[in-house]
Design a protein around this ligand. Structure first.
Ligand code: UGA
Length: 463
C-alpha cells in the first residue's frame, strides 16, 4: 500500500520504517528542515537502539522516502498517518496545534481520486477523531472553488480512524513488530478491513523477522481489536494511566516495606505471580517519567474535569510519583545529615535506559532539588550528557565521561537510571576516589553484596 506518515518524530519514524520493512511504499513528511536533512542522509536525530540501521536499510531498499511536501505525499497515499507531537501545555492539556495544522493541510491536499484513510497515531484527547474529521473537511472546503464546495462536503473522500501507539522508547522496533495488541477505532467497516490488511503480516507474523528484532519464541498471533473511535482513544490513555498507577502502587508499598522491615522486591514477586496482577511494572524506585505517562495521566484528568468527573486514583498516582522522586534525597539526608557543601554523583540522567530522552526525567528533578539544597551535583549518562547540557543550560551539573570520573570526590553516588553498564561497575575502584562511601540504588538493580564488599554503604528503595 501507499502510506504517508506526517511527522518523522519518534512514533512517526518508527511507524514509517516498520511499515516500509513490511513492503509498503512509505513517504514520511517532515516539516523541520534540519531533521529532514539528517533523515535524508540516513541519520536519526535521537537515540533508539537499532533505528538508525533500520531507517538506513528501509531507505536504501527504496520503500522509505522523506519529504517536506505534505501535498504530494497525501495525494499519492491510500493511508495517511498523523504522527505529530502533542506536548503538554502548562495546564496539563495537550497542545493540539500541530494536529490542527496538519489535519487542515491534509484536507487541502485531498483530490477525491480515491477514498483515503486518515489515521490518528498521535496521542489525542477523547473525541479528537471527530475533531480531526471536522478539520480535514474544513481543509477540503477551503481548497475548493466556491461552486464545488457543497458537493465535496456531502461526499467526503476520507474517513478518520484511531490507531493508538503502545511502543516503548528503547524497544520501539520490537514493540512494533511484536505488540500485545493492535487497536483500531473506526466507524467504517471498509476502513477497518483496510487497516487489518495493512497489519496482516504483524497479526499473523508472516514477515521475516529483522536480525535486530528477533521474533520471541512461540510468538504467532497478535489480537486485532476493533472499537469505536472514542474507545480507541480512551484505551491509549487508560493503558498508560494504569501502568503509571501500578508503579505508583509499588512505590507506595515500598515505603511501607521500609517501615515494617519488608522487602518490596519480594512483595512485588509474590503479588506479581498472581496472573490477575502480573509482574511487569512493579519495580519500585525513583518513580516514573518520560514523555508519556505524566502527559497522558494529566490529559485524562483534564478530560474528566470537562465532565466534572472525579479522578481520585489518577491524582494519587501523580502525587505518589512526585513524592517518590525525592525519596533518594531523604535517604541522602538520613546518611549524610547535612547536604550543603556535599557532592552527589548521579549515575544516569535519561528517564529510563536505552534512550537519550530527558523529558520529565526523575534525574533532572533530583538534580534541581540537590542544587537547591546547597549540594554540588555531578552526573554521568552513557548517552544523554550532551542533550542535558543543551536542554538544561541552567542546571549547574558537572558532566563526567565515565563512572570513575563521577565518583571522584563524591559524598554519595545515586543510581537514577538503570543502564546496563552501571550494573557491573568496579565498586572497589570507585570507592577509592569517593570522599564518603555511600551508594543509593534508586532502581534496586545493584548487587548489594558487591557494594558492601567494596566498603560502601548501600541503600536501596523499599528494602
Ligand atoms: C510508555 C508505555 O509503556 C508504552 O506502552 C506507550 O506506548 C508509551 O509510554 C507512549 O505512550 O508512547 P515509555 O514512556 O517509553 O512507554 O516507557 P516505559 O518503559 O513505560 O517507562 C516509563 C517510566 O516508568 C520510566 O521512567 C521507567 O523507569 C518507569 N518504570 C517502569 C518504573 O519506575 N518501574 C517499572 O516497573 C517500570
Amino acid at each position: 500500500m501507499d502510506i504517508c506518515v506526517i511527522g518523522a518524530g519518534y512514533v512517526g519514524l518508527v511507524t514509517s520504517a516498520c511499515l516500509a520493512y513490511l513492503g509498503n511504499q512509505v513517504t514520511a513528511v517532515e516539516a523541520n528542515p534540519d531533521r529532514l536533512g539528517s533523515l535524508k542522509k540516513g541519520l536519526v536525530p535521537f537515540f533508539e537502539p537499532g533505528l538508525q540501521e533500520f531507517v538506513k536499510e528501509t531507505s536504501e531498499s527504496g520503500y522509505l522516502k522523506f519529504t517536506d511536501s505534505l501535498d504530494s505525499a497525501v495525494k499519492a497515499a491510500d493511508i495517511i498517518f498523523i504522527a505529530v507531537g502533542t506536548p503538554s501545555l502548562p495546564n496539563g492539556e495537550p497542545d493540539l496545534s500541530q494536529v490542527m495544522v496538519v489535519a487542515r493541510a491534509i484536507g487541502g491536499a485531498l483530490d477525491g481520486s480515491k477514498r483515503r484513510i486518515i489515521v490518528n497515531k498521535s496521542t489525542v484527547p477523547v473525541g479528537s477523531g471527530n475533531w480531526v474529521e471536522m478539520l480535514v473537511s474544513q481543509g477540503v472546503q477551503n481548497a475548493q472553488p466556491v461552486p464545488a464546495r457543497a458537493s465535496r462536503a456531502e461526499n467526503p473522500s476520507f474517513t478518520v480512524v484511531s490507531n493508538p501507539e503502545f511502543l516503548r522508547e528503547g524497544s520501539a522496533i520490537t514493540d512494533s513488530f511484536y505488540p500485545d495488541r493492535i487497536v483500531v477505532g473506526a466507524s467504517d467497516e471498509q476502513a477497518t478491513a483496510t487497516m487489518k490488511k495493512l497489519y496482516e503480516p504483524i497479526i499473523n507474523q508472516t514477515f521475516d523477522a529483522p536480525s535486530f528484532a528477533k521474533r520471541p519464541e512461540g510468538f504467532k498471533h497478535v489480537p486485532f481489536v476493533v472499537t469505536d473511535l472514542a474507545s480507541a482513544e480512551l484505551i491509549k490513555y487508560s493503558a498508560n494511566a494504569f501502568l503509571a498507577m501500578k508503579i505508583s502502587f509499588a512505590n507506595e508499598i515500598a515505603g511501607l516495606c521500609e517501615k515494617v522491615g519488608a522487602d518490596i522486591r519480594q512483595v512485588a514477586q509474590g503479588i506479581g505471580l498472581d496472573y490477575r496482577i502480573g509482574k511487569a511494572f512493579l519495580n519500585a524506585g525513583v518513580g516514573w517519567g518520560g514523555s508519556c505517562f505524566g502527559k497522558d495521566v494529566s490529559a485524562l484528568m483534564q478530560v474528566a474535569k470537562e465532565y466534572s468527573y472525579p479522578t481520585s486514583l489518577l491524582e494519587a498516582t501523580v502525587s505518589v510519583n512526585e513524592r517518590q522522586r525525592l525519596v533518594v534525597i531523604k535517604k541522602l539526608q538520613e546518611e549524610l545529615k547535612i547536604l550543603k557543601g556535599r557532592t552527589v554523583g548521579l549515575l544516569g540522567l535519561s528517564f529510563k535506559p536505552d534512550t537519550d530522552d530527558l523529558r520529565d526525567a526523575p534525574a533532572i528533578t533530583i538534580a534541581y532539588q540537590l542544587l537547591k539544597m546547597g549540594a554540588s551535583v555531578k552526573a554521568f549518562d552513557p548517552v544523554s550528557n550532551d542533550k542535558a547540557r543543551v536542554q538544561h543550560p541552567n542546571l549547574e551539573i558537572t558532566y563526567c565521561d565515565n563512572a570513575a570520573e563521577l565518583a571522584q570526590d563524591c559524598d554519595a553516588l545515586v543510581l537514577v537510571t538503570e543502564w546496563e553498564v552501571f550494573k557491573n561497575l568496579d565498586f572497589k575502584t570507585l570507592a577509592k576516589g569517593m570522599r564518603w562511601p555511600l551508594i543509593i540504588d534508586g532502581r534496586n538493580v545493584l548487587n548489594e553484596q558487591d557494594i558492601v564488599d567494596a566498603g560502601l554503604t548501600y541503600r536501596g528503595v523499599g528494602h
